[in-house]
Every structure is written in structure tokens, then in C-alpha cells.
Design a protein around this ligand. Structure first.
Ligand code: GDP
Length: 473
């Protein structure tokens, strides 16, 4: 009878300061109450109370409850029944795993702010990756939900698309449809982007079913809307921890994935003085590895004193004894960078005398989004990176954002290489642990013209790794 998490050191505060609800069955999801790492800072008591309120609403409105059944009927008839007291956001499974984690957190916060219930499309693998986060009632959309078969086909040209309705001027307050499709994918257009205007929220508020497809972390733009401003300040007095708290509330690896995490952690990471994570994501279609990427990793980690340099001249030290030890956890689709760095620390001694172990769990070669075990490993690796003490990430990568956000870490971000040359300086420290919104609207809703949304309030700025993106700092 082997519990995969028997011997890792867990933190004592099982409920993370009240962030997590009590009462789940422990064995069905070992990761939930057995955090290896505590929270960075404390969630506000208001956030905690709103989560408990959300859980109560979810219980009242969740799949196959009386209210759910009634509201689903409206969907088939197209008629709104006055008494429908539950409204929903349906999150449609879409894009890579890092993106999906960020968009689920965004959809959840939107649901919280608008008193809706979030229901999650299974996709191919969601249930194999994540435990249920809400007590008593599932967050998954039932298999017999009448619009399930349409999700795949929804796009900007669909009649129920909010942006298209605005183009056709078919949005009127007198005739409220039972469902609206929200296209918040990075290729969305000016009309789709009006989702982020308060006026449109007044209309959307009345629609019982909002069906959302998105691949980007849109929370920064919610902070710029007067509809949500006050509530967001109350929920997150410490603004830069939005994803950290929501992520630790929502995303608990299933026992299968938790086995990957705990076995690896215990074998390679548990018994060292410091853990350094290096997440390498190369957006180059050729196979690699590339020398300029390796040079950049080394330039960053040495310059910022995250890893020690090696002594290539003298090269002979070596006595057994208690030297400071560091474990480097690398993640990448390729094994080339990891092999080079591992060999370097084997072939030469460090100048500081520190002992450096270098490890990489998988090297999957290329992205295989539809393959179950591939995504389970990807999720385990994001989680393992979040357990490090010091983190280096790659520009533009949502995989890295998830790791930094869950881990409460402000990473050093490797600048995106241009024309196969590493940037100088090679990396910079992130302003905050928050993910970057890659496709924000650059629009002033009141003035109805373009505007720099990164210059409106001090806590929403342009990202370090993408100068048109927005992040909370
Ligand atoms: P992004 O493309 O970097 O923003 O991250 P996503 O997670 O959305 O999509 C990349 C996908 O490629 C992941 O979900 C994995 O399937 C795969 N992938 C990329 N980097 C790694 C890695 O270091 N390890 C593993 N196991 N998979 C990776």
C-alpha cells in the first residue's frame, strides 16, 4: 500500500490559510491537502469569504441541480424564463496546457466577479490532469449539455458570437439571447474586444449562458474596468498575487500526475540546499538545440549569480565533504541544453565549491497537445518548477507563467532571441509573479479610440517579455 506522497515534507497548514475548502476526501486527490510549498503571502479574508460564497452558488447551480436543469431548458427553447436564478460561464477547452491553466483562472475570476457559475468543458484530458476544485458538485459540464457538439465550430463568424452580433447591430437590451459565444482568442477583432468595455458588460450580464473560448490570461484588462475595479481591490489588496491565489485554489494535480511530481521531487530535489528551475521554450521550428540558446542560459545564470561558474584551468579539486548543494531542474522539449550543462558541472569543479546536480524529467521532442501522458508530464513539470527556490523562464511562454505563478516566484526572464543572437543583457528579473496578457485591447472604451492601456493605472503595465502585453504588478 504505497502512498505516492509518503515521505516528501509537506507543509502543516493543509488549507493554505483558509484558501482551500475543508471536507474533500483526502485520498481521491492527494495533492490538494499536501502542499510541498506554502503560499507567498496571505489571501485576504474577503477573497476567502467570496470563495466560500462561490462554492455555495456552485452547489446550488451545478450540473443536474434543479436550477441547472431549468436554465438548460431555456437554452433549447431559446426563451428566457424569468425565474432563472443561475447564470453560467462555460469554458471551452482550447490551446496548449499552459494557456488552458491561465484561461481557466481568468474565466473563474470573471465568474466570481459576475456571480456566475463556471462550468468546464472536458476536452480530451482535463479530468486526467486536474482534481475537482469545488466541494460536492462537479465543475465539469455534463456530457449531455445541448451545445457540447457545437464548441469546436464556434468562431468569429458564428451567429452567436458577441463580436459578430455587435457588427450586425443585433445586440439590443430588449431581446436577450439565452446564450452568447465570447471569442477571446489572440486573433480576435475590435468588436470582440468590446467585451472589455463596461457598457457591453451591462448587456452580457443578462445572458444566462456565456460560452467562452480563449487562449490568453485576460485578467489584467479586467483591472481596467470600472465595473470590477472596487471588487478586485477588495479581493486582492495585494494585486500581484491574483494568479498565485486563484491558481493554488483551482489547480490540484490528479493522483497520477502527483505521483510524477512527488517521485521526481523526492529523488532529485528534496535533499539539497537550493533548487534552481530553468524553463527553456524555444519558439523556433527547427529541431535544435541551438548554441545561442545555451550561451544565453549560461550568461544569465552566471551573471545573476544563480549558478556558479566552473574552473576550467585548474580543474582539480575534489574532496568528499559537506559542500553546499544545488539541484538544477531543467524543462525543455529538447534534451540538448540539459546535457551540456550537466556535463559542464561534471567535467569541471565550481569556483565556489558548490556541488551542482542537473536534472530534466522529460524531453518530448515536440508539442503533442492531444496526447494524454504528454500533457500529464507537462503539468507535472510545470508543478515541479513551481517548487524551486529560484526560477529562470523563457519569454512568451505560458508554461513558465504557470510555474512562476503557482510557485509565488518572480523569475529571471530570458529575453527572446532575435535572428539567432542572444539578447544583451541575457535576462531580467520580472516585476511581479503575474502572467502576461498577450493580446490586450489597446482601446479607451469611454473615448472610443485607441489608447495605451499599459499607462492607465500604476498596477497594470506592459510586460517585460512582450512590449504590447499587459501584466499586473
Ligand atoms: P507555451 O506554448 O510555452 O505558452 O505553453 P503551453 O503549455 O500552452 O504549450 C506548450 C506545450 O508544449 C505544453 O503544454 C507541452 O505539451 C509542450 N511543452 C513545451 N515545453 C515543454 C517542456 O518543457 N516539457 C514538457 N513536458 N512539455 C513541454
Amino acid at each position: 500500500n504505497s502512498d505516492p506522497s509518503d515521505s516528501v515534507k509537506f507543509i502543516k497548514d493543509k488549507l493554505l490559510g483558509g484558501l482551500l475548502a475543508a471536507g474533500f476526501d483526502d485520498g481521491s486527490c492527494l495533492s490538494r491537502y499536501h502542499s510541498v510549498k506554502g503560499l507567498s503571502g496571505n489571501p485576504s479574508s474577503y477573497l476567502i469569504s467570496r470563495l466560500r460564497k462561490y462554492e455555495a452558488l456552485h452547489k446550488k447551480c451545478g450540473p443536474y441541480t434543479e436550477s441547472y436543469n431549468k436554465t438548460v431548458k431555456d437554452l433549447s427553447s431559446g426563451q428566457l424564463s424569468e425565474s432563472s436564478d443561475c447564470k453560467y460561464v462555460v469554458w471551452i477547452s482550447f490551446s496548449g496546457l499552459g494557456n488552458r491553466i491561465l484561461t481557466l483562472a481568468s474565466a473563474f475570476l470573471y465568474a466570481l466577479l459576475t456571480n456566475r457559475v463556471l462550468l468546464v468543458d472536458h476536452g480530451v484530458d482535463m479530468a486526467d490532469l486536474f482534481c475537482e476544485p469545488i466541494p460536492d458538485v462537479s465543475w465539469f459540464l455534463p456530457p449531455d449539455f445541448p451545445l457540447n457538439s457545437q464548441f469546436h465550430g464556434f468562431n468569429q463568424k458564428s451567429d452567436q458570437c458577441h463580436g459578430k452580433m455587435l457588427k450586425n447591430k443585433s445586440v439590443t437590451n430588449s431581446k436577450v439571447p439565452s446564450s452568447v459565444y465570447l471569442h477571446l482568442v489572440h486573433d480576435y477583432d475590435d468588436e470582440d474586444k468590446l467585451f472589455f468595455c463596461d457598457e457591453e458588460q451591462n448587456f452580457l450580464q443578462k445572458v444566462p449562458w456565456l460560452l467562452m473560448k480563449t487562449d490568453t490570461y485576460f485578467i489584467p484588462s479586467l483591472f481596467l474596468m470600472s465595473s470590477f475595479d472596487q471588487e478586485l481591490s477588495n479581493l486582492f489588496p495585494n494585486k500581484e498575487k491574483v494568479f498565485h491565489f486563484l491558481g493554488r485554489y483551482l489547480f490540484h494535480p490528479t493522483n497520477k500526475v502527483w505521483g510524477f511530481v512527488t517521485r521526481y521531487y523526492e529523488a532529485y530535489l528534496a535533499n539539497v540546499d537550493e533548487r534552481v528551475g530553468i524553463q527553456i521554450r524555444v519558439f523556433d521550428t527547427r529541431p535544435g538545440p541551438f548554441q545561442y540558446v545555451l550561451d544565453q542560459i549560461l550568461a544569465c545564470t552566471l551573471k545573476e549569480n544563480l549558478l556558479p561558474d566552473v574552473d576550467k584551468k585548474h580543474g582539480i579539486t575534489g574532496s568528499f565533504g559537506r559542500s553546499k548543494s544545488k539541484a538544477v531542474l531543467m524543462t525543455s522539449l529538447s534534451s540538448g541544453y540539459f546535457e551540456k550543462i550537466r556535463d559542464m558541472y561534471w567535467e569541471y569543479p565550481t569556483l565556489t565549491g558548490e556541488v551542482i546536480g542537473v536534472y530534466q524529467p522529460s524531453h518530448e521532442g515536440y508539442q503533442q497537445t492531444e496526447k494524454q501522458i504528454h500533457n500529464q508530464k507537462a503539468w507535472a513539470e510545470m508543478y515541479l518548477l513551481s517548487l524551486t527556490d529560484v526560477l529562470v523562464t523563457s519569454s512568451w511562454s505560458t508554461f513558465g507563467y504557470v510555474a512562476q505563478g503557482l510557485g509565488g516566484l518572480k523569475p529571471w526572464i530570458l529575453y527572446k532571441p532575435e535572428n539567432e543572437t542572444a539578447h544583451d543583457p541575457p535576462c531580467r528579473r520580472a516585476m511581479s509573479m503575474e502572467p502576461c496578457f498577450h493580446a490586450p485591447p489597446l482601446y479607451d472604451c469611454k473615448a472610443k479610440r485607441g489608447a495605451d492601456t499599459g499607462a492607465v493605472v500604476p498596477h497594470v503595465r506592459h510586460c517585460e517579455d512582450m512590449n504590447w502585453g499587459l501584466k499586473i504588478v
